[in-house]
Write a protein that binds this ligand. Structure first.
Ligand SMILES: NC(=O)c1ccc[n+]([C@@H]2O[C@H](COP(=O)([O-])OP(=O)(O)OC[C@H]3O[C@@H](n4cnc5c(N)ncnc54)[C@H](O)[C@@H]3O)[C@@H](O)[C@H]2O)c1
Length: 297
């Protein structure tokens, strides 16, 4: 199958990264979001991230310009869906928002178009059913930051056709990602394992077992993790972490997945991590070199 036009729905943390990578590998990409400011911010972020790759010698000035040239933005997805060969959804981890998006995709997409969700934990089988063509639906779980992380967790829904799996594996390889195929279970593999660890780190902080510095350094220096679990939570977004844990807890029905009180409190306080400027760390004066947030010093 040839993919001439890729549409990415949702221009937040993940959407801008997914658009970046497809554009970098020569695909025509349209990034859709109802919020124009979010689209403008996404283009700015993509340009800055391409600059970072340029400085590291991974891109040339010409390929940076070509990548940016491959991206269009739109607040009118209905006009874009009929011309897309592949639509990748990256809207918030909320079933009712996703339902609205997939029902619209089902209504306006062309017959041959494949549809993927970047969901972290929602059922691929349930989301696929909303599009009317579950055989052409799949999970493509990219990791954050998308231009840097090599993995795509490919999730096969109950009605996903083998043809769709093969096409998405080949497509992932074209953008230089390593696809690994898993089955449709809450949290799949990555988040079923990573989120309970993050939640445990937050609970350890809440109970005073250790401070932010101790928890993150112990996991980095002792367990060989490139990032501590609290830093990782800030990076993912605490609202996203909470949403995933709530789904794991509800679907798998075990107390070990229950979100910690401190995580809930921080989301209510809008201390969401990097994207809101403060989480376990404070990013407000220097996003690259955050300090421990005043609440935790
Ligand atoms: N953040 C992570 O580290 C991470 C990693 C892997 C997967 N995910 C998953 O990716 C998805 C997106 O997460 P995110 O962190 O990028 O969220 P985000 O909050 O950063 O971005 C969501 C974007 O969706 C837009 N949006 C809202 N309603 C929309 C609609 N109806 N149509 C189009 N756009 C709409 C918002 O304006 C926003 O720009 C979620 O399912 C999340 O679980 C997140």
């Amino acid at each position: 199958m040839t993919f001439n036009r890729i549409t990415v729905v949702g221009a937040g943390t993940m959407g801008n990264g997914i658009a970046h990578v497809f554009a970098q590998y020569g695909f025509n990409v349209t990034l859709c979001d109802p919020n124009q400011a979010q689209l403008d911010l996404a283009l700015e972020t993509i340009s800055k991230n391409l600059d970072r790759q340029l400085q590291k010698g991974k891109l040339t000035q010409e390929s940076k310009a070509a990548s940016l040239n491959n991206i269009e933005i739109s607040t009118q997805p209905k006009l874009i869906f009929p011309h897309s060969d592949m639509i990748i959804e990256a809207v918030p981890e909320n079933m009712s928002i996703k339902r609205e998006v997939f029902e619209q995709i089902g209504k306006y997409k062309s017959k041959h178009c494949l549809v993927a969700s970047n969901t972290s934990s929602l059922s691929i089988t349930a989301l696929g059913a909303m599009t009317q063509t579950p055989e052409q639906f799949i999970g493509m779980h990219f990791m954050n930051p998308v231009p840097v992380m090599p993995l795509v967790e490919v999730i096969v829904g109950h009605r996903t056709a083998q043809k769709t799996v093969d096409a998405v594996v080949a497509l992932s390889q074209k953008i230089n990602k390593k696809p690994f195929i898993v089955n449709d279970y809450p949290g799949f593999v990555a988040n079923r394992i990573a989120l309970p660890m993050i939640n445990e780190a937050i609970e350890a902080l809440e109970l005073g077992v250790g401070g932010v510095l101790e928890i993150d350094q112990i996991m980095k220096l002792g367990m060989g993790h490139p990032m501590g679990p609290l830093q990782l939570a800030d990076f993912i977004g605490l609202d996203v972490c909470l949403a995933i844990l709530e789904i794991l807890h509800k679907e798998l029905g075990k107390d070990k997945y229950a979100p910690s009180i401190l995580l809930r409190k921080m989301v209510l306080a809008q201390h969401l991590g990097r994207k809101s400027g403060i989480g376990f760390y404070d990013y407000q004066s220097d996003i690259k070199n955050p300090t421990i947030a005043p609440q935790f010093t």
